[in-house]
Design a protein around this ligand. Structure first.
Ligand SMILES: [Zn+2]
Length: 135
């Protein structure tokens, strides 16, 4: 697993508390698979413990409808990750999200294991995200 180009970072502003936070977009190459992933990470939360909100879009990225893509959403803390209802980081409904998985669907999805590997890879290797959640 590797980044496909350097992850992109920009400052975003939270709509509910108006605080500025780093927003990361990372393209991830999944070795020996026909699929790849885009990870959107918001380094911002409203809990005392730092947490990041991630949308992971995984699939072949074949248009025009990207129906074979799936999107997992989760909340990541230093103590671990939790599946949540998405999207949580990317704004609006991005056309290549494919099937937005609920936490229940994500748990039983065949790509679930790979999605967690991607989350772990990005949380470990993207310096801003790693520093934020303190992993
Ligand atoms: Zn906020």
């Amino acid at each position: 697993m590797s980044f496909d180009g350097a992850p992109q970072r920009r400052q975003a502003i939270c709509k509910s508390c108006e605080q500025e936070y780093p927003f990361i977009t990372a393209f991830v190459r999944v070795e020996q698979e026909s699929s790849s992933a885009i990870v959107y990470a918001a380094c911002h939360g409203h809990e005392p413990e730092p947490e990041a909100w991630l949308d992971v879009v995984l699939g072949p990225f074949s248009g025009p409808d990207f129906a074979d893509n799936v999107t997992f959403s989760c909340r990541v803390r230093s103590t671990g990750a939790t599946l949540v209802e998405g999207p949580v980081a990317a704004e609006g409904r991005v056309h290549y999200f494919g099937c937005m998985l609920s936490p229940e669907q994500a748990r039983s999805h065949p790509s679930g294991g790979q999605a967690w590997e991607i989350v772990t890879f990005v949380a470990t290797n993207e310096p801003t995200l790693r520093a934020w959640i303190g992993s």
